[in-house]
Design a protein around this ligand. Structure first.
Ligand SMILES: Cc1cc2nc3c(=O)[nH]c(=O)nc-3n(C[C@H](O)[C@H](O)[C@H](O)COP(=O)(O)OP(=O)(O)OC[C@H]3O[C@@H](n4cnc5c(N)ncnc54)[C@H](O)[C@@H]3O)c2cc1C
Length: 212
């Protein structure tokens, strides 16, 4: 199926890229992806956590989840990651757009069964999703590890599309006296909210303090 995946960009192909480092960077900046697959001719697109181990994507979930069972069975899938970087205010609705980086990876996932490799992969996921946290956490129990399936998907067949830069208005619209430009958008960390049952006096760890 991987060979069948069509990764040619037809509309605005100059926004496309095959840059492997850019693909890695897009994943590394993401915490979630959307995983698409078809079961009994019904497409599903499911949000999931994502991390990267070299040139493979790591996904995980409960051993009993239908999603994981399907993916672990080698069902062809498509993992999409999107970063919305800005809103592009052009002088017409038609030319208004968004700046973004998006990645689609095609393939079939495999279970990472080897216990050591699985533990290492899950650690990569935890450290990617909650940077700095791993060193403070107790080790997962055997029961917890057994309740979790870890999957890998090669970062091999993929396509990237990037939208960037100012509005691209038609010449006749440029003299219209309305504001035009880009409003950047960014995901931001909010103020940490302590759990109500936290041992009192526990300080906020350094990795959760805002650097700015
Ligand atoms: C940000 C985010 C990150 C997540 N990360 C993970 C992850 O890393 N691993 C993981 O296993 N799960 C993750 N989930 C949950 C995941 O999206 C599924 O809900 C979950 O895996 C349940 O799968 P299932 O096979 O048990 O559901 P199914 O039994 O297959 O689901 C049955 C039906 O429930 C509905 N449904 C299921 N999930 C969703 C959903 N998320 N939103 C709306 N409707 C839904 C659909 O109609 C679906 O057909 C994440 C969810 C979010 C929002």
């Amino acid at each position: 199926m991987t060979a069948k995946a069509d990764t040619r960009l037809r509309r605005i192909p100059d926004k496309g890229s095959k840059d492997e480092q850019l693909a890695r960077d897009i994943i590394d900046e993401a915490r979630i992806c959307h995983v698409g697959f078809t079961v009994d001719e019904q497409p599903y697109v499911v949000p999931m956590a994502i991390a990267r181990d070299g040139d493979r994507i790591l996904l995980h979930g409960s051993v009993v989840s239908r999603l994981i069972t399907n993916l672990a069975g080698g069902l062809p899938c498509c993992v999409t990651v999107t970063h919305l970087d800005g809103l592009v205010y052009a002088r017409s609705a038609f030319n208004s757009s968004m700046n973004y980086r998006s990645l689609m990876v095609f393939g079939s996932a495999e279970i990472i069964a080897d216990p050591e490799e699985k533990e290492r992969g899950l650690d990569i996921l935890v450290e990617h999703l909650l940077p700095g946290r791993l060193s403070e956490l107790r080790k997962s129990t055997r029961k917890e590890l057994n309740a979790t399936t870890l999957l890998s998907l090669p970062l091999a067949t993929f396509s990237i599309k990037v939208g960037e830069g100012p509005p691209d208005d038609t010449k006749s619209d440029v003299d219209t006296p309305i504001w035009a430009g880009v409003v950047p958008l960014k995901m931001q960390q909010g103020e940490p909210q302590a759990a109500p049952d936290m041992v009192s006096g526990t300080p906020l760890p350094a990795y959760l303090r805002k650097s700015d």
